[in-house]
Design a protein around this ligand. Structure first.
Ligand code: COA
Length: 352
């Protein structure tokens, strides 16, 4: 270890780091509000913040940080602990000491499996150097809620889709989860505990959830919300609804359409002119195109939409899951906004 590197210590952040985190935010995004890290959702886990920092010992300053959400992957009937990387920054004046690598390696030592969502060219280049592979652009699908509601109306039997009470009524989520088979798609665990963790990390956000039933059996559910006005910096007037997460029983994929009808109507009532979903299954994307969504795979709007696709990569510990056994993010893997923290980060400058 070089003399310069031994000047740094890696640990979880504590509230006393906030003034220093503000200075880091200021150096990353000059001119934007600097308390963005002080109220980041990763503080809201009483166990420990989902984040690590590198402290420059001589000054006590936060020199670098790396978010690392603790979650679980479900693969061939096995649950695997996962670290999901985001908020990865090295202050320019502390570059050249390998701090980016060291922070990510902490997670690699702890988790069998890591997922990275990249929002920058420098991360796209650095992550493969750290062993992340299977880089893929997962399409964001976008539609007008009124169009989705109109196109899916025919699939919507009366009274079969209801809103769920997110504080008391999450059994529908477990019903759908328990119906997944061991040979089904690889995905982040989507039981009610996972949804509760997500909601606990962002307690002030106005999520809604809905489920579709056949008799007393829930067959599909969705978690959604409206982003605050101004959340899309390039189009601050746009009111956007986000379908953060969704799942359906393997034998009831079609039930996603009446569910979408319900969600689209609700988002339209809340004033959304656009709704967005993240979806990795080609079969599902075909259904969503028929429901009025466009994506990077769409023949007409594809090129423009591809520019807002989300870059994902994963890293597998050599001591556990063999990489060859894992499907890519496209097909065989169910990816939504909830998986890659895009939902947790979206609108974060405006809401906590
Ligand atoms: C992305 C970032 C955190 C990486 O931090 P860093 O200090 O460069 O990390 P390290 O020096 O430990 O580099 C890790 C590896 O990636 C490589 N790397 C880093 N930046 C690179 C680049 N732009 N091009 C090619 N390789 C790069 C390094 O060479 C190193 O590989 P090596 O150890 O095999 O030589 C840093 O560049 C950064 O803060 N960027 C701006 C903010 C940002 O875009 N964050 C990502 C948001 S998702």
């Amino acid at each position: 270890m070089s003399q310069a590197t031994s000047d740094y210590v890696l640990r979880r952040p504590v509230p006393a780091d906030n003034p220093s985190l503000q200075r880091l935010a200021q150096s990353m995004w000059p001119g934007v509000r600097t308390d963005v890290f002080a109220k980041r959702w990763w503080w809201n886990d009483p166990e420990a913040p989902h984040c690590r920092v590198a402290i420059h010992q001589p000054t006590g300053e936060v020199a670098a940080m790396c978010g690392e959400r603790r979650t679980r992957l479900w693969h061939q009937g096995r649950v695997v602990p996962v670290g999901s990387t985001f908020d990865w920054y090295v202050a320019p004046e502390h570059g050249g000491h390998g701090l980016g690598r060291k922070l990510v390696e902490c997670g690699q030592n702890e988790f069998e499996y890591m997922v990275a969502t990249s929002a920058s060219e420098s991360a796209n280049k650095a992550l493969p150097r750290l062993g992340f592979t299977h880089r893929v652009r997962v399409p964001v699908l976008v539609a007008q809620p009124v169009v989705v509601a109109a196109l899916t109306r025919a699939f919507a039997p009366a009274h079969a889709t209801h809103n769920l009470n997110l504080t008391t009524h999450l059994t529908a989520i477990d019903q759908v989860w328990n119906a997944q088979s061991a040979t089904g798609p690889t995905m982040m665990v989507r039981d009610s505990a996972q949804v509760r963790q997500h909601l606990a990390l962002v307690p002030r956000r106005s999520y809604r959830a809905a489920a579709h039933w056949r008799g007393s059996d829930a067959t599909a559910w969705a978690l959604y919300r409206t982003l605050p006005a101004g959340a899309i910096r390039r189009a601050p007037w746009l009111r956007v609804g986000l379908v953060s997460d969704f799942l359906y029983r393997p034998d009831a994929g079609r039930d996603l359409l009446p569910l979408l009808h319900h969600v689209a109507l609700d988002l339209a009532r809340q004033g959304c002119s656009v709704m967005a979903m993240l979806c990795s299954s080609s079969e599902l994307i075909r259904w969503l195109h028929r429901a009025g969504f466009v994506s990077g795979k769409h023949p007409i709007t594809g090129r423009w939409m591809d520019s807002i696709a989300i870059e994902m990569m994963h890293w597998v510990s050599p001591r556990s899951l063999p990489a060859a056994n894992l499907p890519s993010f496209m097909d065989g893997w169910h990816v939504t906004f909830a998986d890659n923290d895009a939902d947790l980060v979206a609108g974060n400058l405006l809401e906590y």
